[in-house]
Design a protein around this ligand. Structure first.
Ligand code: UD1
Length: 355
């Protein structure tokens, strides 16, 4: 049986690694790894392959950056001949990035079965490009691997047949569990005892000058009580430079490799982010997370975990942070099936698909 995986952007890499490793243990499975090239900087891609132990991709489509239409279309056009040549029995796609939806569309048109890892998440906010990617990918997928019960419910409500839905848990947590000991052992120079770890890259937060300026002002206010360490996505760095904004005493770093970022997360007093995956990682780690968004497609991080939505409400950020600094952060617990074995459960289901 031929399984072809398609990844493209940074958050895909920690999700594909456990599935590749788990399928590797099944002798009758041949695997092909395709990188779309959506992310191409060493710091956004190569270093993740290295740290996660992912083999070099068999094919790199080298699509690079572009508008949504161009990037999505380029991936489809360049992927189609690969699919025709390699003839996979099943294609696995991950998360909610443009590479995910482009692949699902190309496969569906060719009649190739698609499995979506991290299916069913919904923010119910269609202004987010990722929400469009999730909705379309899940309509096209044949196997839908969900991380939590809310995912199953969302899919059933959208008319997806129950026998296509498999609740397997959170695959990104597999990578975290595996590399946590390495991250704990990592020595970090120049690290203050207490600090807020910040990441921001959502277009809604960083693409508008006034909004980004307001967020930087909020973070500068935070930095009066707590050091702020801010590894920043290329999009965010470009916008800060383009808008001529001054990050002042915020410690802006280049994007960090997976293990280094994990090492910073486990020691953080609080994490402030607009990322999806980091809401989940902090929930697993029990680290307080303040999410600068009005909604989340990962509600379990609020109902069970350590996540609080603060949006762009400066007063809410201030009061939630004060709570954390007083030692009153919400404790939270680890959701079911976030246990480091999701890749194995997915592999078992794939193997059973052999016709
Ligand atoms: C993409 C995903 C987003 C995910 C994020 C994680 C979509 C719609 N968005 O957003 O869900 O949370 O990845 O990082 O798929 N750039 C570089 N080097 C790179 C990649 C990007 O400099 O290696 C810069 C370019 O200026 C590019 C911009 O970042 O135009 C945005 O990249 P893109 O892949 O379009 O979206 P992300 O914001 O990274």
């Amino acid at each position: 049986m031929n399984v072809l995986h398609v990844v493209g952007a940074r958050p895909n890499f920690m999700k594909v690694a456990p599935v590749l490793a788990a399928l590797q243990r099944h002798k009758n499975i041949a695997q092909i790894l395709v990188h779309t090239g959506q992310h191409y900087d060493v710091s956004m891609s190569d270093i993740f392959f290295e740290q996660l132990g992912i083999p070099a991709p068999d094919v790199n489509l080298a699509v690079g950056s572009g508008s949504h239409a161009r990037q999505t279309a380029d991936i489809m056009v360049r992927l189609e001949p690969v699919l025709l040549e390699r003839k996979p029995d099943i294609v696995l796609v991950y998360g909610d990035v443009n590479s995910t939806v482009a692949t699902a569309l190309a496969c569906a048109k060719l009649g190739i079965r698609v499995g979506h890892v991290e299916a069913g998440l919904r923010s119910f906010d269609r202004t987010m490009p990722e929400e469009i990617n999730r909705l379309v990918t899940d309509q096209l997928a044949d196997l839908l691997f969900t991380p939590s019960e809310d995912g199953d419910r969302n899919l059933l409500r959208e008319g997806i047949a129950a026998d296509k839905i498999f609740r397997v848990g959170n695959v990104m947590i597999d990578s975290l569990v595996r590399l946590l000991p390495t991250a704990r052992a990592r020595k970090l120079a120049d690290l203050p005892d207490r600090y807020a770890l910040v990441t921001l890259h959502r277009p809604a937060n960083v693409d508008d000058c006034a909004i980004l300026r307001g967020i930087l002002e909020s973070l500068l206010e935070v930095s009066r009580d707590l050091n702020v360490i801010f590894p920043s996505h290329p999009r965010t760095r470009h916008r800060i430079a383009d808008f001529g904004l001054d990050p002042g005493q915020l410690r802006l770093l280049d994007p960090l490799p997976y293990i280094d970022f994990l090492a910073l997360q486990i020691r953080a007093t609080a994490v402030i982010t607009d990322s999806g995956g980091i809401q989940e990682e902090t929930t697993y780690l029990g680290i307080p997370c303040l999410t600068m968004r009005e909604n989340t497609e990962r509600p379990i991080t609020i109902s069970m975990g350590t996540n609080v939505l603060v949006g762009r409400d400066r007063e809410k950020l201030r009061s939630e942070l004060a709570n954390i600094l007083r030692g009153n952060a919400r404790k939270g617990s680890i959701p079911p099936l976030w246990d480091g074995r999701t890749g194995e459960r997915i592999a078992e289901i794939i193997v059973q698909q052999e016709r």
